[in-house]
Design a protein around this ligand. Structure first.
Ligand SMILES: CC1=C(CCC(=O)O)c2cc3nc(cc4[nH]c(cc5[nH]c(cc1n2)c(C)c5CCC(=O)O)c(CCC(=O)O)c4C)C(CCC(=O)O)=C3C
Ligand SMILES: [Fe+2]
Length: 362
């Protein structure tokens, strides 16, 4: 990124996308898993999760709500920028959106990708989306400047902490005091985590940022102990992914006499299908079988501070306001036209740079 402040004429919210009816589910899943070696049985299983909710993922509506709140926030800030919406895997597809932006005369837009973290799936794949969309349009495509990773922004941490506070309050008072705070994020292959971040930084940027965000939220709440575990694993069983899984972890906690858990999906921006299925359905059911209390914290996306956060990330580039950050870990991801953050940053096939064990307790 250049140091000089430059003019922007639009904002693009770039997200994952999700089906909006039963007939969308299969083609959506084909889009998500194209070329990724996800076994067909896994796809059948995941399709069932979507059918359970009538084939509708909440993600698009939640993103539209974020856009509505961002509109109000940008108006409040006096930033007269139209907001566009485009997805990687479902309509509105980012290629179509960038084409529309071009037709509307947009020359240089800020891109907010709905993930707080680094790593291939959480960061670099959004750069690929930006490149693909610009290539589809050709030479007249607008310049697209992606906003940075925000896992340690005080507004992200505060919004997540508030969700946890409300979840604790949902538990019966006798369980509240002893409830274990457990954070979850989407599991990724261990090799992808090892390759996450600029190579010279030593890798594992995704899991390090997730651990750090969890630590910051727990610290804000004054909760002394917590765990970080993973959810929504896919891919063949012989390929190692980040572990333990949330459901297995509930068994471990049960063996250690834990009476209740509060689960915070810190790895996600909104309560989309992976949250409502893997946590509200599967994990809650396991907790009930074990007789453990269970409450799930809302993801930060619906909190008014989330729109404020996006406004602040925009002002970092538009007005040069200093980046507010609570950790010293790298927060990269701000690049132009889908360029990588650094050579080999989060490269899908990069060899592990270090293989330090990733601990669970903070
Ligand atoms: C790190 C990460 C995030 C967080 C960052 C971010 O938010 O961007 C995320 C978000 C999401 N993941 C989502 C859904 C899916 N992810 C899948 C598959 C995968 N995710 C992966 C990683 C991540 N995923 C990976 C390494 C795979 C394996 C295949 C591949 O390398 O691509 C599959 C395929 C089937 C399966 O589950 O096996 C589905 C359906 C939805 C939408 C939910 C809805 O519809 O509401 C969202 C927001
Ligand atoms: Fe995913």
């Amino acid at each position: 990124m250049t140091d000089e402040l430059i003019d922007f004429d639009a904002v693009l919210l770039l997200s994952f996308g999700g089906p909006e009816g039963p007939e969308d589910v299969r083609p959506f899943l084909e889009n998500v898993t194209r070329g990724r070696g996800v076994p067909p049985e896994r796809l059948d299983e995941v399709a069932e999760h979507y059918f359970h909710f009538g084939g509708i993922s909440p993600i698009n509506e939640l993103n539209r709500d974020i856009i509505d709140r961002l509109r109000i926030e940008l108006d409040r800030l006096g930033l007269d920028l139209p907001i566009y919406f485009g997805n990687r895997n479902w309509h509105p597809m980012v290629e179509d959106t960038v084409e529309r932006m071009t037709g509307d005369g947009v020359r240089r837009a800020l891109v907010f990708a709905t993930s707080a973290y680094g790593g291939y799936s959480a960061c670099r794949q959004y750069d690929e989306d930006i490149r693909r969309a610009r290539e589809a349009v050709g030479e007249t495509a607008p310049e697209l400047v992606k906003l940075r990773q925000f896992f340690d922004h005080p507004l992200f941490v505060a919004a997540a902490a508030d969700g946890v506070r409300r979840a604790f309050a949902e538990l019966p008072s006798d369980q509240r005091e002893h409830a274990r705070l457990v954070f979850t994020a989407h599991s990724i292959p261990e090799a992808a985590d090892a390759a996450a971040g600029p190579a010279e930084d030593g890798g594992h940027l995704y899991s390090r940022q997730v651990f750090e965000a969890a630590r910051l939220v727990a610290a804000e709440l004054g909760v002394a102990e917590h765990d970080v575990v993973w959810q929504s694993r896919s891919g063949p069983p012989q390929v190692p992914w980040l572990e333990p899984d949330i459901v297995d972890h509930l068994d471990t906690l049960y063996s250690a006499n834990t009476q209740a858990v509060v689960v915070c999906p810190i790895g996600f921006v909104s309560d989309h299908l992976e949250v409502v299925w893997d946590l509200d359905a599967e994990a809650r059911e396991r907790a009930e079988e074990l007789g453990m209390g269970f409450a799930r914290a809302a993801a930060p996306g619906t909190d008014p501070r989330f729109a404020e956060l996006i406004g602040e990330l925009i002002r970092e580039l538009v007005e040069g306001v200093p980046a507010r950050r609570l950790s010293a870990l790298p927060a990269v991801g701000c690049t132009v036209n889908g360029a990588w953050c650094a050579t080999n940053c989060c490269a899908p096939g990069r060899r592990p740079v270090s293989s330090e064990p990733v601990t669970v307790d903070a």
